[in-house]
Write a protein that binds this ligand. Structure first.
Ligand code: PNW
Length: 496
């Protein structure tokens, strides 16, 4: 026993010692991330039309914790030059932005392109490139044109064409300069959140609408990917993927092992298996489980709509890398049906599970946010083992705080400990190609409004100038990007 403890101790100590001397590979890209609705503001400037987020929060302001919305947000529509300057200060290689569908195509459809929208994104993309920073562009980060929502949004199969027509405009306008694309951000939140009535469009219909949405986002992504492959890749040689939020899950007790595997497939596999696995389609265990539920409830066909073989082949393999948003790890336990669903997403009820926190892990602002960096390395291994995909771009990772202080040592330690896990995963042979920290600056954190901060830069939302000020985490991150290591020693002292 003593020997085992000593060996484990030595491994842990030697891992952390060697981490100080390890550097990130030359090709590894550091970045920061934002999304249109959370930073741009200018919600109705020029010919921009109303998005689902505009509508929801204008008509139901009490849904956000401080009654706020993204009408002005960080005012990046006007202050984008300062945002680029901050990216330069941080020394990053990449800046992840998203495009607002309603700013570029106010009708929702591709028959009319806004000159103002085109100019805004051209300026931002060119401005970044002038500074040697690569724009990483998310085509859809949750702000659907309200006019399309009125036609059924993501539950209507026509959305596959609406979305891919929009994507064609985006690729055509910006594809010469943007080389890395995310088609759709976190489809889990779009469908399970949106139809589980915890997110826009705030509809209570997960049992049917949520699963229709699930299938349609995958087909919409695949259509955009195939279009890029055929029409744009030969010209521009870029890379395309879809981002998934992937919480790591561990069983609370050994008896919860099976339930945990199913939970991972429910939350991640349902949005990734069709794209990344060799077989394609829904994760078989989830398809079976939900088909049995549907049958028991008397439905003639499964509520999770089956894929045809043609659709399976169409979606399978539509990625050039895995785009991973990792924040937290949680515990799973099987429960009686009446106790199930003790978390924001409806699917827990379907599975008969509860998701809880390990009491020994520190918690951040949200009740779902346990801090467990080791989970990131486990997720990277799981993706590699399950799908045989080893090139992963981490497109989000960051710490929420209610504290707006500039001395955010907790954020420094969160980012540092997650970067450590990335270094270890790289040492294990996983090809992590980059990391974009969420977020460049404080912004509109959806239903938490402005109460929760994620920024490396703080933003003064009471000032019309939305003054941005670097936090301690910005200083830390810029020393990481400059040294390309976690050895951020200054003046002979280890600063962090
Ligand atoms: C991601 N959940 O959102 C988004 O991509 C960002 O826009 C967002 O600001 C960031 O994470 C921080 O929250 C999530 O409830 C929102 O599981 C909610 C969940 C997960 C991710």
């Amino acid at each position: 026993m003593g020997f085992v403890v000593a060996v484990v101790f030595c491994i842990v100590v030697s891992e952390s010692w060697s981490l100080q001397s390890l550097t990130f590979p030359k090709e590894f890209k550091f970045g920061v991330a934002t999304a249109a609705y959370q930073v741009e503001g200018a919600w109705n400037i020029s010919d921009k039309s109303e998005s689902t987020w505009d509508r929801l929060l204008h008509t139901h302001p009490s849904l956000s914790d401080d009654g706020s919305n993204g009408d002005v947000a960080c005012d990046s529509y006007h202050l984008w030059r300062r945002d680029i300057e901050m990216a330069v200060e941080l020394g990053v290689d990449m800046y992840r932005i998203s495009i607002a569908w309603t700013r570029l195509l106010p009708n929702g459809f591709a028959n009319y392109i806004s000159e103002d929208g085109k100019r805004f994104y051209n300026n931002l993309i060119d401005g970044l490139l002038e500074k040697g920073i690569e724009p990483l562009v998310t085509i859809y980060h949750w702000d659907l044109p309200q006019s399309l929502q009125d036609l059924g949004g993501w539950a209507n199969p026509l959305v596959i064409d609406w979305y891919s027509d929009y994507a064609r405009v985006v690729f055509t306008l910006f594809g010469d300069r943007v080389k890395t694309w995310i088609t759709i951000n976190e489809a889990l939140v779009i469908c399970d959140g949106g139809y589980g009535k915890t997110w826009v469009p705030y509809i209570d219909d997960m049992a049917i609408g949520g699963y229709l949405c699930n299938k349609h986002v995958l087909l919409a992504h695949a259509k955009a990917y195939r279009m890029y492959d055929e029409e744009f890749r030969p010209l521009y040689h870029g890379k395309v993927s879809i981002s998934n939020v992937f919480f790591w899950y561990e069983p609370e007790t050994p008896e919860d092992e099976e339930a945990t595997k199913l939970t991972i497939q429910m939350w991640e596999g349902r949005y990734a298996h069709a794209v990344y696995s060799k077989a394609g389609g829904w994760p078989p265990e989830i398809e079976k489980f939900l088909a049995a539920n549907s049958k028991r409830e008397g439905y003639p066909t499964p509520r999770l709509p089956p894929f045809t073989q043609e659709e399976i082949d169409y979606v399978r393999g539509t990625y050039d890398f895995y785009s991973l948003n990792y924040y937290t790890t949680r515990l799973v336990r099987r429960v009686k049906p009446e106790e199930a669903g003790s978390w924001i997403f409806y699917g827990n009820k379907e599975l008969g599970i509860a998701i809880v926190n390990d009491p020994s892990w520190p918690m951040a602002s949200f009740d779902w946010f346990a801090i467990h960096p080791e989970g990131l390395r486990k997720v990277l291994h799981w993706i590699n083992n399950t799908y045989g995909v080893s090139n992963v771009l981490i497109t989000e990772n960051g710490l929420p705080t209610y504290d707006a202080s500039l001395y955010d040592f907790n954020r420094v330690s969160y980012i540092k400990s997650h970067l450590e896990q990335i270094l270890l995963a790289i040492k294990d042979g996983i090809n992590v190609i980059g990391y974009t920290a969420w977020a460049l600056m404080d912004n509109f954190e959806w239903l938490s409004g402005y109460t929760v901060k994620f920024g490396l830069y703080s933003v003064d939302f009471t000032s019309p100038n939305r003054t941005r000020t670097p936090r301690e985490s910005a200083r830390f991150y810029s020393s990481v990007t400059r040294t390309r290591s976690l050895n951020t020693t200054r003046h002979g002292l280890n600063y962090y």
